[in-house]
Design a binder for this molecule. Structure first.
Ligand code: NAI
Ligand code: UGA
Length: 471
């Protein structure tokens, strides 16, 4: 069966994945018309904004959109029209953790995927290749196929592919330009393989064939959950060791370097921190836990659940260390939190460790000032409100201030917390910060960002993740 040569692509979902991914497809494939659709009007307006005030901050993204938008890249809320025209449809909609019902707190909420699938079936008048881009539980493609086949019009056939996305926020564009691998799963039928070949040809416009890995559908779906679970597991492992370092006087940087020099382990993703955040690690592990339990594999479920529990422990441990070090009380004390995003180079705050720390400090009735170079003020208030739903926002605002610079955030404070590893924080004039702080001046580095010896020379009392001493 000769593979279909794709000329029109539509992407359902203009979020952190759909937007950058399909913008890069458009840039690299000028012969393909790419339409990214979403029913969130504000998001689409931002993607179309004349001054490129895009809805997400991602280094290099604006440049990609500037080159392709209006040429062969379009953003629209006309979902039906884009489905109708396309030969290949990426489904990049959100799959959050379920908040209620069966599997609440663990299972992925597949409502958006199902609604998108039903919409494709309802609107389509010609055959389509439907590509699962969202992260989904193993065998979701089967449910999608059942829905599509049960609702298709005569003469329409649907081939389902799984093509999970591995980009990390903050480096999305470089990850998309030069991915470690592109994974495509398909049914191993002649039709399935032919659909797979069509998508391989799209990627092969810029990704070498040897980096495009084609597998069965279920392996592809499970590999995405496995990759995130194993990455998060590395962080929880190193964070568990950071607790031992703090208790023994070993240094976590030295330990992770020593371990990572073993080529079988490798040096990446071994950086101790205040805890991993982001929209996916926790969600995908919980999803794997749920899958394991559904398959009657309780030991497997418990193994993966521990990765999330260790992450929660790391955040709690950090908050406690702050309270303990500040003479066992932070009531009424001023604390500056530097960084609110879940990692550097993104404005995304989903599951950010900073939110948990601030909630803990609020519970102790501390007075908190926050500075983040990219996160919008309205987002911070929304996150703090969601973290403490029973406290009225006006009461939260009595003890929390959002500031616009490191110096403004740290004025008169007793302690500074580094919660996100923004490059800007590596260049802080610590002499100036020290001069305006209350004394003794405490600094808690949750990101291994500062040189503790230099700061101690200035006069700070420094506590660093994975190091025992506070001097
Ligand atoms: N954020 C990330 O870095 C990564 C996310 N993923 C996965 O990709 C998926 C999407 O994640 P994000 O882009 O972060 O989510 P997001 O929440 O930023 O974007 C999803 C968008 O889909 C839209 N949407 C929902 N149903 C729709 C429909 N029927 N038609 C049109 N638009 C619709 C929503 O309005 C929303 O704007 C999730 O499954 C996630 O696990 C995978 C790799 C990386
Ligand atoms: O499925 C997803 O959503 C994505 O999840 C992660 O990407 P992302 O969450 O954007 O960012 P990471 O760089 O993985 O960082 C996640 C969290 O772990 C923390 N981290 C990372 C690395 C490390 O060594 N230590 C550490 O604490 C980061 O600060 C951040 O809070 C994966 O890296 C991507 O491959 C995947 O596509």
């Amino acid at each position: 069966m000769a593979p279909l040569k794709v000329t029109k692509i539509c992407c359902l979902g203009a979020g952190y994945v759909g937007g950058p991914t399909c913008a890069v497809v458009a840039l690299k494939c000028p012969h393909i018309k790419v339409t990214i659709v979403d029913f969130n009007q504000a998001r689409i307006d931002a993607w179309n904004s004349p001054d490129y005030n895009l809805p997400i901050y991602e280094p290099g993204l604006e440049d990609v959109v500037r080159q392709a938008r209006g040429r062969n890249l379009f953003f629209s809320t006309n979902v039906d029209q884009a489905i109708l025209e396309a030969e290949l449809i990426f489904v990049s909609v959100n799959t959050p953790t379920k908040k209620s019902g069966v599997g609440a707190g663990f299972a992925a909420d597949l409502n958006y995927v199902e609604l998108a699938t039903r919409q494709i079936a309802r609107v389509s008048t010609s055959s389509k290749i439907v590509v699962e881009k969202s992260t989904v539980p193993c065998r979701t493609a089967e449910s999608m196929r059942t829905i599509l086949e049960a609702n298709s019009k005569p003469g329409c056939r649907f081939d389902i592919l799984s093509n999970p996305e591995f980009l990390a926020e903050g480096t999305a564009i470089q990850d998309l330009f030069a991915p470690d691998r592109v994974l495509i799963g398909s049914l191993q039928t002649p039709e399935g393989k032919s659909a797979c070949e069509s998508l391989v040809e799209v990627y092969n416009n810029w990704v070498p064939k040897q980096k495009i890995f084609t597998v069965g559908l279920w392996s592809s779906e499970l590999s995405k959950l496995a990759a995130n679970a194993m990455l998060a597991q590395r962080i929880s492992s190193i964070n568990a060791l950071s607790a031992i370092c703090e208790a023994t006087g070993a240094n976590i940087d030295e330990v992770s370097n020593a371990v990572g020099m073993d080529s079988r382990v490798g040096p990446k993703f071994l950086r101790a921190s205040v805890g991993f955040g982001g929209s996916c690690f926790q969600k995908d592990i919980l999803n794997l836990v749920y899958l394991s339990e559904s398959l009657h594999l309780p030991e497997v479920a418990a193994y993966w659940r521990q990765v999330v529990e260790m992450n929660d422990y790391q955040k709690r441990r950090f908050s406690k260390r702050v309270v303990d070090t500040l003479f066992n009380t932070i009531t009424g004390k001023r604390i500056a939190v530097l960084g609110f995003a879940f990692k550097a180079d993104t404005g995304d705050t989903r599951e950010s460790a900073a939110i948990t720390l601030i909630r803990d400090f609020q519970a102790e009735r501390a007075r908190i000032s926050i500075y983040d170079p990219k996160v919008e003020e309205s987002q911070i208030w929304q996150d703090l409100q969601e973290a403490s739903p029973t406290v009225p926002l006006v009461d939260i605002q009595k003890n929390v201030t959002i500031t616009h610079s490191v110096l403004e955030a740290t004025r008169d404070v007793e302690a500074v917390i580094i919660a996100t590893e923004w490059r800007e924080f590596k260049l802080i004039d610590w002499h100036a910060v020290y001069a305006q702080m209350s004394k003794p001046a405490f600094l808690f580095d949750g990101r291994l960002l500062v040189n503790p010896d230099e700061l101690r020379q200035i006069g700070f009392r420094v506590s660093v993740i994975g190091r025992g001493e506070t001097l």
